[in-house]
Design a protein around this ligand. Structure first.
Ligand SMILES: NC(=O)c1ccc[n+]([C@@H]2O[C@H](COP(=O)([O-])OP(=O)(O)OC[C@H]3O[C@@H](n4cnc5c(N)ncnc54)[C@H](O)[C@@H]3O)[C@@H](O)[C@H]2O)c1
Length: 307
């Protein structure tokens, strides 16, 4: 298969690339290192890597020339907090460049566009938990969420009556090795790294806010399964398990046998109180299920941080 991956040097993208390299695929990867890292893709396997925005004229020409059969579009300005401070940057990477990409792909043989949308933001502050694909409770609170929701609509509209179908996967909170422990998102890596260094983790708000933490390999599995289905898909990908930030920290602390106490600070703008996804549609349509418990996934993160 000829496969295009945007954002391939990022956290999820690098795991996807590693998995796809184990089969006989010809792979073209774009990443501008906005948040991605060279060391994320320093593994065995043959693929072409281009360090650039995927939406430049030159990149779009290269994509057209490559003529992919599948596009996994993961590149994004991926931080809610950054989007609040710099909405223009967000819309540039998360809407304007993707529109150029889709336009270009429609001139190629690409028959599947797989997009990583955000189940934690597009539904607004949810009324119904676990939240299913239909449970929109209001508009997203952050430019990041608005961008993801708009791009979902743009993908749907631009692919009508074309040869390209889409798989839009609304991911919950993804965690795993290679997630930046120094960033402002990716709380599993951040807390684990702090505890490892005997530093106090910071909790924004009272720590009772909940998230649905899903291990990165479960997400990669869903992305690949969804790429093999011809029809359009709009699916939530999460565990269905609601975990508070306080509970998450306790679970990580027990992994390190640590008794360190967190510092509580004011909650951050644009963040939800509760978030957990209902993924029963994905279970049915992809025959997919999350395989990693939180304890098992945290062990993988700790092992990555300590080796
Ligand atoms: N991590 C999560 O919990 C989560 C949840 C829901 C959705 N997502 C989405 O999944 C995708 C991957 O997220 P991630 O956690 O791996 O984040 P990430 O920041 O590690 O990956 C995004 C990658 O895209 C690259 N990039 C950004 N703009 C680009 C551009 N214009 N051209 C080329 N490369 C560009 C970045 O350098 C980075 O490597 C993103 O679209 C993100 O919004 C992530």
């Amino acid at each position: 298969m000829k496969i295009l991956i945007t954002g391939g040097a990022g956290f999820i993208g690098s795991h996807l690339l590693e998995d796809l390299l184990s089969s006989d695929n010809e792979i073209l990867v774009f990443d501008n290192f906005l948040t991605g890292k060279k060391e994320n893709i320093e593994f065995e396997g043959s693929f072409k890597f281009i360090e650039d925005n995927f939406g430049t004229k030159n990149s779009l020409n290269l994509i057209k020339e490559f003529n992919p059969q599948i596009c996994f579009h993961l590149a994004a300005q991926s931080s809610v907090v950054v989007s609040v401070g710099d909405p223009l940057l967000d819309f540039e990477h998360n809407i304007l460049q993707p529109v150029q990409l889709i336009k270009t792909l429609l001139t190629t043989d690409c028959s599947k566009f797989v997009f990583t949308s955000s189940g934690g933001t597009i539904f607004g502050e949810p009324d119904i938990l676990p939240t299913s694909e239909e449970d929109f409770a209001g508009e997203p609170e952050s430019p990041y969420g608005i961008g993801k929701k708009k791009l979902n609509e743009i993908i749907t509209s631009m692919t009508i009556n074309t040869h390209m179908s889409y798989s839009i996967l609304n991911l919950s909170n993804v965690y795993g090795p290679r997630q930046d422990p120094h960033g402002e998102a990716g709380v599993v890596s951040i807390f684990s790294n702090k505890i490892l260094n005997n530093e106090k983790p910071i909790i924004y708000g009272d720590g009772k806010q909940t998230r649905d933490y899903i291990y990165v390999k479960d997400v990669v599995n869903a992305l690949i399964l969804s790429s093999k289905i011809d029809s359009n898909l709009f699916l939530n990908i999460g565990t269905g398990i609601e975990t508070s930030v306080n509970h998450l920290l306790e679970t990580i602390k027990s992994e390190f046998a640590s008794d360190i106490e967190p510092i509580y600070q004011e909650s951050r703008k644009g963040e939800l109180l509760r978030s957990v996804l209902n993924s029963s549609k994905a279970q049915k349509e992809l025959n997919w299920e999350s395989q990693f418990s939180l304890n098992k996934g945290i062990k993988e993160v700790v092992s990555w941080l300590t080796t």
